[in-house]
Ligand binder design. Structure first.
Ligand code: PEP
Length: 244
């Protein structure tokens, strides 16, 4: 069975004062009994680790070390306390021109450091409107998910770009169709592909979480805005725990 997991992506938000949100989330995460991960900005990782919630990073460089000013390797992030690293978030694909090949290389770096990669894929609004969603997803899976991926080292997050931070979400039927497609593609491509956890991301909040978690092949969520406050993210974690 794929493992359930609720992931919060703080993006470029948070300073030391916000560590209190992780402390406040810890009892909910512990009692819910589902994996709960917060990906704060890299500046907070070492201070966030050990507060009772698993901690991840939002990106890494593909190399181990060297002349790459401002970058962090997966090994450095592991050393700081990260257990997971997001690769291929649409904001990195857009703002930093990251390609599927870059994301595959970063994913291999995550594995090299002994961590789990959370690989993000998803179509733009124009691609959605043109009915190209499954073609885009197939191409991103083929290009961004290296052979060697499996439930022990990889999670895949489907995040339609037009749903991120907009308050818009696909219908549950649309989420079901895309997740079933991703599951089938991974099962075809990888020996244990069917066991990889699949997350939905894009405007998940406490009020829609239960409905989304009831969708077949949705094993959890990647949450942006609603992960910043424990009072918002806690109910999402609880909804995941109670989803069948
Ligand atoms: C995200 O950051 O990946 C995301 C899904 O953001 P939001 O939940 O704010 O739409």
């Amino acid at each position: 069975m794929p493992r359930k997991i609720a992931v919060g992506n703080w993006k470029m938000n948070g300073t030391a004062a916000d560590l209190d949100q992780i402390k406040a989330l810890a009892p909910t995460a512990a009692s819910a009994g589902v994996a709960t991960l917060i990906c704060p900005p890299a500046s907070l990782i070492s201070r966030a680790a050990g507060l009772g919630v698993d901690i991840g990073a939002q990106d890494c460089h593909a190399g181990v070390s060297g002349a790459h000013t401002g970058d962090l390797s997966a090994e450095m992030l592991a050393d700081a306390g990260a257990t997971h690293i997001i690769t291929g978030h649409s904001e990195r694909r857009q703002d930093h021109n990251e390609t599927d090949a870059d994301i595959a290389a970063k994913t291999q770096a995550v594995w090299r450091a002994g961590l789990t990669a959370i690989i993000c894929i998803g179509e733009s609004e124009a691609q959605y409107r043109a009915g190209e969603t499954l073609d885009v997803i197939a191409a991103q899976l083929a290009g961004s998910v290296p052979t060697g991926a499996g439930p022990q080292n990889t999670i895949v997050a489907y995040e339609p770009i037009w749903a991120i931070g907009t308050g818009l979400t696909p219908t549950v039927d649309e989420i079901a169709k895309v997740h079933a497609f991703i599951r089938a593609q991974l099962a075809k491509a990888l020996p244990e592909g069917a066991e990889v956890s699949l997350l939905y991301g894009g405007s998940v909040k406490a009020s829609n979480a239960a409905e989304i978690f009831a969708v077949a092949d949705v094993d959890g969520a990647l949450v942006g805005g609603a992960s910043l406050k424990a009072a918002d993210f806690g109910p999402i974690v609880t909804a995941l725990a109670t989803a069948s």
